[in-house]
Design a protein around this ligand. Structure first.
Ligand code: HSE
Length: 404
């Protein structure tokens, strides 16, 4: 029997308990031993829930119990999660976490501590919910140099954009539904302003390039500026707007990373990734393109990834599974020199398409969707050029990067 402790009995924690109970027999076969939840830590009480029998409020009970071999951190946030996880590793316990904030900020250090002690620090559920992506990057795509990772990495924003587009519901209503379904972060800004996707692409990039990609260095835009009119224009263009988290190695040299809404057409592999689903597209220099797709948020899909890590940790109790993620910082390329085409809407009362031709050169006109507005797509230009030109566009209503 392998004893584990679950820190946090929220959406994911209760999902982990449920998955271990529902699939206990098959999990035992795969892990080679029975996984027993000895403790659940939470500050709250859960009257009437059988969990009360193993509920503790003091982390030291878990930390000082040598029978606990694996600690499952599903509380979220940096503190006290970081302190608890570090203490667990220093006390000889492997750790499984779903906490992307923790992994993005302290992943390199916690991996090192685990390595030094022949323990494991596993975090499959921190990116892509139930989708296996960390293990493939770590263990399967090791023959390749990764040249691009582009993902729809936030289920909440994908759900919101999909519902706005398919059902014509408002941003607020779609967000409320996502929250009720357990997809969203406690603070909605983490989802809608792109911070959650930013941390996830920082984790994937750090693993892909084996060096520390600081999430603070990643240019991040969310979807709060996307309106129903933008969505109508996208539909007119046979396109969809998706929140992309991207990291690309340009010319086999520098890497740039960004999170931003992107207009894509049906020839893009991520076009059909709708609802709460996540999709991650990885390009390797040998394998070519690989796609990962599945539920990116929600109780049971995320718990599935956590439990898969518990099984891996149980199978490798005194053996570290090698992960290359050095604490050496990867200096990202200046985003200003990255090139895109941009979809632009202007107020016709303040500017004309002829003015835009003078500013941008060869623009592509977009059929009118709203009276008194004009819209067009720019040629391929750098972010810096776009920023400079935007200052000279009177009546600019919106601009969205385009990948077609
Ligand atoms: N709020 C996150 C999302 C949860 O919507 O994708 C999974 O990390």
């Amino acid at each position: 029997m392998i004893n584990i402790a679950v820190l946090g009995y929220g959406t994911i924690g209760s999902g982990v308990v449920e998955v271990l109970k529902t699939n206990g027999d098959s999990i035992q076969k795969r892990a080679g031993d029975r996984i027993n939840i000895k403790y659940v830590l939470d500050i709250r009480e859960f009257p009437g829930d059988p969990i009360m029998e193993i509920l503790v409020h003091d982390y030291n009970v878990i930390l000082n119990d040598p029978e606990v071999k694996i600690v499952i951190e599903v509380m979220g946030g940096i503190e006290p999660a970081y302190t608890y996880v570090k203490q667990a590793l220093l006390n000889g316990k492997s750790v499984v976490t779903s906490n992307k904030e923790l992994v993005a900020k302290h992943g390199a250090e916690l991996i090192d501590i685990a390595k030094e002690r022949e323990l494991n620090f596993l975090f499959e559920a921190s990116v892509g919910g139930g989708i296996p992506i960390i293990r493939p990057l770590n263990q399967s795509l090791t023959a390749d140099e990764i040249v691009e990772i582009t993902g729809i990495l936030n289920g909440t924003t994908n759900y919101i954009l999909t519902k706005m587009s398919e059902e014509g519901i408002s941003f607020e209503e779609a967000l409320k539904n996502a929250q009720a379904l357990g997809y969203a972060e406690r603070n909605p800004s983490a989802d809608v302003d792109g911070y959650d996707a930013c941390r996830k692409i920082a984790i994937l990039s750090s693993l892909a390039y084996g060096m520390q990609v600081d999430f603070e260095d990643i240019y991040t835009e969310g979807i709060s500026g996307i309106t129903d009119i933008d969505i109508k224009y996208a539909q007119k263009l046979d396109a969809r707007i998706k929140l992309f988290a991207t990291s690309i190695r340009e010319d086999e040299k520098e890497v740039y990373a960004m999170v931003a809404p992107m207009m894509i057409r049906s020839n893009h592999p991520l076009y059909s990734v709708g609802d709460v689903f996540n999709g991650i597209y990885v390009r390797g220099n040998v394998i070519g393109d690989v796609m990962f797709y599945g539920s990116g948020a929600g109780k049971l899909p995320t718990a599935s990834a956590v439990v898969a890590d518990i099984v891996d940790a149980a199978k490798h109790l005194n053996k570290n599974i090698w992960t290359i993620w050095s604490s050496k910082k990867l200096e990202l390329m200046d985003i200003d020199s990255v090139k895109h085409r941009f979809f632009v809407r202007i107020d016709k009362k303040k500017a004309l398409l002829d003015d835009m031709r003078r500013i941008f050169g060869d623009i592509t006109e977009v059929p009118e969707v709203v009276e008194n507005e004009a819209a067009f797509i720019t040629p391929l230009i750098t972010e810096k050029e776009m920023k400079d030109k935007m200052e000279h566009i009177p009546g600019l209503l919106s601009r969205i990067r385009v990948r077609f």
